[in-house]
Design a protein around this ligand. Structure first.
Ligand SMILES: Cc1cc2nc3c(=O)[nH]c(=O)nc-3n(C[C@H](O)[C@H](O)[C@H](O)COP(=O)(O)O)c2cc1C
Length: 193
Protein backbone atom coordinates (compact mmCIF):
# COMPACT_ATOMS: atom_id res chain seq x y z
CA UNK A 1 0.00 0.00 0.00
CA UNK A 2 1.31 3.42 -0.90
CA UNK A 3 1.20 6.03 1.86
CA UNK A 4 2.13 9.67 1.83
CA UNK A 5 4.89 11.05 4.03
CA UNK A 6 3.66 14.39 5.29
CA UNK A 7 5.93 17.23 6.27
CA UNK A 8 5.11 19.80 8.96
CA UNK A 9 7.52 22.70 8.80
CA UNK A 10 10.97 21.12 9.00
CA UNK A 11 9.61 17.81 10.31
CA UNK A 12 9.43 14.99 7.78
CA UNK A 13 7.18 12.18 8.98
CA UNK A 14 7.22 8.52 7.92
CA UNK A 15 3.47 8.19 7.41
CA UNK A 16 0.24 10.16 7.95
CA UNK A 17 -0.84 8.34 11.13
CA UNK A 18 -0.84 10.68 14.16
CA UNK A 19 -2.01 9.96 17.69
CA UNK A 20 -4.43 12.73 18.75
CA UNK A 21 -3.77 14.46 22.07
CA UNK A 22 -6.17 13.10 24.71
CA UNK A 23 -6.26 14.25 28.33
CA UNK A 24 -5.97 11.33 30.71
CA UNK A 25 -5.16 8.92 27.85
CA UNK A 26 -2.02 9.86 25.94
CA UNK A 27 0.47 9.11 28.71
CA UNK A 28 4.03 8.05 27.95
CA UNK A 29 3.23 4.27 28.02
CA UNK A 30 0.20 4.81 25.75
CA UNK A 31 2.24 6.89 23.33
CA UNK A 32 4.96 4.24 23.22
CA UNK A 33 2.41 1.53 22.42
CA UNK A 34 0.97 3.63 19.59
CA UNK A 35 4.47 4.29 18.34
CA UNK A 36 5.16 0.56 18.40
CA UNK A 37 2.09 0.00 16.23
CA UNK A 38 3.23 2.53 13.67
CA UNK A 39 2.09 6.05 14.58
CA UNK A 40 4.49 8.51 12.96
CA UNK A 41 3.75 11.29 15.44
CA UNK A 42 2.38 11.16 18.97
CA UNK A 43 1.12 13.99 21.18
CA UNK A 44 1.05 14.62 24.89
CA UNK A 45 -2.26 15.59 26.35
CA UNK A 46 -2.87 19.32 26.71
CA UNK A 47 -0.49 20.83 29.23
CA UNK A 48 -1.22 24.07 31.08
CA UNK A 49 1.11 26.95 30.18
CA UNK A 50 0.20 28.60 33.49
CA UNK A 51 1.03 25.40 35.34
CA UNK A 52 4.41 25.22 33.64
CA UNK A 53 5.48 28.72 34.48
CA UNK A 54 4.37 28.15 38.09
CA UNK A 55 6.55 25.04 38.01
CA UNK A 56 3.64 22.79 38.99
CA UNK A 57 4.87 19.27 39.72
CA UNK A 58 1.81 17.55 38.20
CA UNK A 59 2.07 19.68 35.07
CA UNK A 60 5.75 18.83 34.70
CA UNK A 61 5.01 15.11 35.07
CA UNK A 62 2.88 15.25 31.94
CA UNK A 63 6.04 16.03 30.00
CA UNK A 64 8.04 12.98 31.05
CA UNK A 65 9.27 11.48 27.82
CA UNK A 66 11.88 9.17 26.32
CA UNK A 67 13.85 9.10 23.09
CA UNK A 68 12.01 6.01 21.75
CA UNK A 69 8.79 7.97 21.35
CA UNK A 70 10.29 10.78 19.31
CA UNK A 71 9.15 12.69 17.32
CA UNK A 72 6.91 14.06 20.06
CA UNK A 73 4.32 16.80 19.81
CA UNK A 74 3.72 18.71 23.03
CA UNK A 75 0.36 20.42 23.29
CA UNK A 76 0.03 23.53 25.44
CA UNK A 77 -3.10 25.35 26.44
CA UNK A 78 -3.58 28.85 27.77
CA UNK A 79 -5.09 32.19 26.86
CA UNK A 80 -2.26 34.65 27.42
CA UNK A 81 0.19 35.10 24.52
CA UNK A 82 3.04 36.07 26.83
CA UNK A 83 2.56 33.16 29.22
CA UNK A 84 2.26 30.72 26.33
CA UNK A 85 5.49 32.10 24.86
CA UNK A 86 7.26 31.83 28.22
CA UNK A 87 6.06 28.23 28.70
CA UNK A 88 7.20 27.46 25.16
CA UNK A 89 10.73 28.65 25.96
CA UNK A 90 10.78 26.33 28.97
CA UNK A 91 9.96 23.22 26.96
CA UNK A 92 11.46 24.04 23.57
CA UNK A 93 14.25 21.49 23.96
CA UNK A 94 11.86 18.70 24.96
CA UNK A 95 9.59 18.61 21.92
CA UNK A 96 9.90 17.98 18.23
CA UNK A 97 6.71 19.89 17.50
CA UNK A 98 4.66 22.34 19.51
CA UNK A 99 0.88 22.41 19.27
CA UNK A 100 -1.50 24.89 20.87
CA UNK A 101 -4.93 23.75 21.98
CA UNK A 102 -7.74 25.94 20.70
CA UNK A 103 -10.53 23.39 20.78
CA UNK A 104 -10.96 22.04 24.30
CA UNK A 105 -14.68 22.19 25.23
CA UNK A 106 -14.27 21.68 29.00
CA UNK A 107 -16.06 24.44 30.96
CA UNK A 108 -13.20 25.08 33.40
CA UNK A 109 -10.80 25.61 30.48
CA UNK A 110 -13.25 27.83 28.62
CA UNK A 111 -13.88 29.95 31.71
CA UNK A 112 -10.15 30.68 31.80
CA UNK A 113 -10.35 31.95 28.20
CA UNK A 114 -8.37 29.02 26.78
CA UNK A 115 -9.29 26.03 24.59
CA UNK A 116 -12.28 26.59 22.32
CA UNK A 117 -13.03 29.98 23.96
CA UNK A 118 -10.22 31.28 21.74
CA UNK A 119 -12.32 30.55 18.65
CA UNK A 120 -14.43 33.58 19.60
CA UNK A 121 -11.36 35.82 19.48
CA UNK A 122 -9.35 35.22 16.30
CA UNK A 123 -7.24 38.35 16.95
CA UNK A 124 -6.03 36.81 20.20
CA UNK A 125 -5.24 33.61 18.32
CA UNK A 126 -3.09 35.71 16.00
CA UNK A 127 -1.24 37.28 18.95
CA UNK A 128 -0.69 33.88 20.56
CA UNK A 129 0.79 32.39 17.41
CA UNK A 130 2.97 35.44 16.78
CA UNK A 131 4.46 35.40 20.29
CA UNK A 132 4.92 31.63 20.40
CA UNK A 133 6.49 31.72 16.94
CA UNK A 134 8.98 34.31 18.16
CA UNK A 135 9.87 31.99 21.05
CA UNK A 136 10.14 28.74 19.10
CA UNK A 137 11.70 27.99 15.74
CA UNK A 138 10.53 24.36 15.42
CA UNK A 139 7.35 23.02 13.82
CA UNK A 140 4.36 24.90 15.25
CA UNK A 141 0.74 23.85 14.89
CA UNK A 142 -2.65 24.73 16.35
CA UNK A 143 -5.65 22.47 16.93
CA UNK A 144 -9.02 24.10 16.44
CA UNK A 145 -12.69 23.32 16.01
CA UNK A 146 -14.80 24.59 13.11
CA UNK A 147 -15.96 27.49 15.23
CA UNK A 148 -17.66 28.35 18.53
CA UNK A 149 -21.17 27.59 17.29
CA UNK A 150 -22.97 27.03 14.01
CA UNK A 151 -23.49 30.80 13.59
CA UNK A 152 -19.76 31.38 13.94
CA UNK A 153 -17.99 28.82 11.77
CA UNK A 154 -14.66 30.60 11.32
CA UNK A 155 -12.04 27.91 10.85
CA UNK A 156 -11.03 29.29 7.45
CA UNK A 157 -10.38 32.76 8.89
CA UNK A 158 -8.43 31.25 11.76
CA UNK A 159 -6.45 29.11 9.32
CA UNK A 160 -5.47 32.21 7.35
CA UNK A 161 -4.44 34.03 10.52
CA UNK A 162 -2.43 30.99 11.63
CA UNK A 163 -0.60 30.85 8.32
CA UNK A 164 0.10 34.59 8.32
CA UNK A 165 1.52 34.45 11.86
CA UNK A 166 3.84 31.55 11.07
CA UNK A 167 2.07 28.33 12.09
CA UNK A 168 3.15 25.33 10.03
CA UNK A 169 -0.13 23.41 10.12
CA UNK A 170 -3.62 23.41 11.55
CA UNK A 171 -5.46 20.37 12.91
CA UNK A 172 -9.19 20.74 12.47
CA UNK A 173 -11.66 18.91 14.71
CA UNK A 174 -14.66 19.46 12.46
CA UNK A 175 -17.30 20.18 15.09
CA UNK A 176 -18.35 23.44 16.70
CA UNK A 177 -18.02 23.82 20.48
CA UNK A 178 -21.71 24.52 20.87
CA UNK A 179 -24.19 22.47 18.91
CA UNK A 180 -27.42 24.40 18.69
CA UNK A 181 -30.59 22.32 18.51
CA UNK A 182 -32.24 22.29 15.11
CA UNK A 183 -35.64 23.99 14.66
CA UNK A 184 -37.30 20.57 14.81
CA UNK A 185 -35.52 19.74 18.05
CA UNK A 186 -36.47 23.13 19.54
CA UNK A 187 -40.16 22.62 18.82
CA UNK A 188 -40.06 18.99 19.83
CA UNK A 189 -41.22 17.96 16.33
CA UNK A 190 -40.20 14.43 15.37
CA UNK A 191 -40.11 13.48 11.72
CA UNK A 192 -41.76 10.23 10.65
CA UNK A 193 -39.24 7.54 9.74
C1 LIG B 1 -10.87 11.55 26.47
C2 LIG B 1 -10.49 12.59 25.48
C3 LIG B 1 -9.53 13.53 25.81
C4 LIG B 1 -9.17 14.52 24.88
N1 LIG B 1 -8.20 15.40 25.20
C5 LIG B 1 -7.77 16.28 24.26
C6 LIG B 1 -6.65 17.13 24.52
O1 LIG B 1 -6.02 17.10 25.59
N2 LIG B 1 -6.30 18.00 23.53
C7 LIG B 1 -6.96 18.07 22.33
O2 LIG B 1 -6.59 18.87 21.47
N3 LIG B 1 -7.99 17.27 22.05
C8 LIG B 1 -8.39 16.37 22.98
N4 LIG B 1 -9.40 15.51 22.67
C9 LIG B 1 -10.00 15.54 21.32
C10 LIG B 1 -9.30 14.55 20.40
O3 LIG B 1 -7.93 14.88 20.23
C11 LIG B 1 -9.95 14.50 19.02
O4 LIG B 1 -9.89 15.73 18.39
C12 LIG B 1 -11.41 14.09 19.11
O5 LIG B 1 -11.61 13.07 20.05
C13 LIG B 1 -11.87 13.56 17.76
O6 LIG B 1 -13.22 13.76 17.57
P1 LIG B 1 -14.47 13.04 18.28
O7 LIG B 1 -14.02 12.34 19.52
O8 LIG B 1 -15.41 14.15 18.57
O9 LIG B 1 -14.98 12.09 17.25
C14 LIG B 1 -9.79 14.55 23.60
C15 LIG B 1 -10.75 13.58 23.27
C16 LIG B 1 -11.10 12.62 24.19
C17 LIG B 1 -12.13 11.59 23.80
Amino acid sequence: MQTTSPRIGSLQLDNPIFLAPMAGITSLPYRRIMKHFGAALVFTEMVSANGLIRDGRKTRELLISCKEEMPLGIQLFGDDPQILAEATRMIADECTLLDINMGCPVKKVIRSGAGSALLKDPQRIGRIIAQVRAAYSGPLTIKIRSGWDTDRVNFLDIGRIAEAEGADAVTLHPRTRVVKPSAAQRTGHRSAS
